[in-house]
Structures are given as C-alpha cells and as structure tokens.
Design a protein around this ligand. Structure first.
Ligand code: ATP
Ligand code: MG
Length: 225
C-alpha cells in the first residue's frame, strides 16, 4: 500500500546519528515552506505505544529475548500506524517518522539474527503494508554515535546503549544492515553522513527535501492554501 495523499518520510540510523534533532529541524523547515506536517517517533506515538516504549528502553528490564523485542515493537507500530500515521496521511499531511520498519530489519534481523522473511512479514502486518516514500539514513560511526547518545539519553532509557557498550560488534552489524537495505532500495533511501557538523548535514537534508518533496508538491495536498 502506498501513501494515499500525504507523504511518508522516515528517518533511520543507529543511536546518536542525529535522527531526533534533525527531525525537529525538518519539521520547522517544511512548516516554513507552507506544508502541513506531523512529526512522530517509534516506538511510541500513541498512549499504548509510549508505554511499550518505556518497557523497551528501560535498562531495568535487562536483556529481552529477540522475539519479545520484535513483538513489542510491532504492537506499538500497529497502533501507531492505525491511530496516527494513516489518518495524517489521509488528511494529506507530510508525516515525518523517526524509525520505522527498516529499524526492525536492521536491529532484530542483522543485529540479533531473527530471520529476515519473518520480520518482513510481521512488518507488513503491523504497518498494514504502508511503505515510506523516502527514508533518510543518517550514517554515523558506531563508537561516535554511542558517545553522542550516552551524553544525552537519560539513565532510565539506556537499555540499548548499555548493551551496545558491552557488545561493540552488535552496533556495527546493525549499521551494516542499514547500509545493505539502502543499497537494495536506492530509490527510496538517501544516505547522508552524520560525521560532519550538523549544519552541513542539515544542508544536505534540505537539498533532499527540495528534490524529493517540495519540487513536486506545489498545489497539492500537504500544502496550506
Ligand atoms: N553532526 C553532529 N555532530 C555532532 N553532534 C551531533 C551531530 N548530530 C547530532 N549530534 C548530537 O548527538 C546527540 C544525538 O543526536 P540525536 O538525539 O538527534 O540522535 P538520535 O539518532 O535521535 O539518537 P537516539 O537513537 O539515541 O535517540 C545530540 O546531542 C545531538 O545534538
Ligand atoms: Mg532519538
């Protein structure tokens, strides 16, 4: 299923790659350009989803079985798509979502070794077949990303970061997974290096938004009159 009227933009990347901070800048930029925008994130975006997010991020829950992780993420995703993302797209908005189905393949697939076909199937069920129109992958070196992320994430939300500090190979595999996905679907993905100053990174993001969204949308839904 493709997006009915609006535009579905996802931001992907490992911890500390700049997804959240650039998502906010993207929102401000698109609003300034006259677009109707909804910014949201996974896991979360609904009340039930935010509760699930807390379960997933809290280090007190220790190491969770990979399938437990998969099911929790997918449960949150299903609610998110039905309650928030699809209605906004139907209303013609540009939806910016931090993390989506690609994170499942990268983290639980490439990272934790859950079978790819199973994850693809679950992704399809949870998302109702919704695919991003464009995915910006912010690429950062795993050590640098982890450093940035630890510096700003509160201690009660560092379950993943704490595990990655112990298992340094895990985050490398996840990054490789994302890069593999980006090569497989190079029409949808735009890979942007986040190893440079944020202003330069954001200039490249803006160039992408102009090319992929703004140049084709004048006069269409998603624009204020
Ligand atoms: N290009 C950059 N150079 C230096 N620091 C950066 C850059 N981009 C982002 N940061 C900083 O790195 C930290 C992590 O960024 P941000 O929270 O946006 O990443 P994230 O991908 O959302 O991470 P997480 O997965 O942990 O939520 C923030 O403090 C942010 O200001
Ligand atoms: Mg973030």
């Amino acid at each position: 299923m493709n997006t009915p009227h609006g535009y579905f933009l996802t931001l992907e990347g490992i911890e500390g790659s700049g997804k959240t901070s650039h998502a906010r800048r993207i929102e401000a930029f698109l609003v300034q350009e006259g677009c109707q925008v909804l910014l949201t994130q996974e896991p979360g975006g609904t009340r039930a989803g935010e509760q699930i997010r807390r379960i997933l991020l809290n280090p007190a829950h220790g190491e969770l079985d990979p399938f437990t992780e998969v099911f929790l993420f997918q449960a949150a995703r299903r609610e998110h798509v039905k309650q928030v993302i699809q209605p906004a797209l139907h209303a013609g908005k540009i939806v910016i979502c931090v993390r989506f189905t690609d994170s499942t393949i990268a983290y639980q697939g490439y990272g934790r070794g859950v079978e790819n076909e199973f994850l693809v199937h679950l992704n399809r069920v949870a998302s109702g077949g919704l695919n991003p129109d464009c995915t910006i992958f912010l690429d950062v070196d795993p050590e640098e990303g982890l450093r940035r992320s630890m510096a700003k994430t509160s201690a009660d939300e560092q379950r993943f970061e704490q595990e990655f500090q112990i298992k340094s190979d895990l985050l490398k595999r996840i990054r490789e997974g994302f890069l593999h996905l980006a090569r497989e679907e190079d029409n949808r993905f735009v890979v942007i290096s986040s190893m440079r100053p944020r202003e330069i990174v954001f200039e490249e993001i803006k160039e992408t938004l102009r090319r992929k969204i703004l140049s084709t949308r004048k006069g269409k839904l998603g624009w204020k009159a």
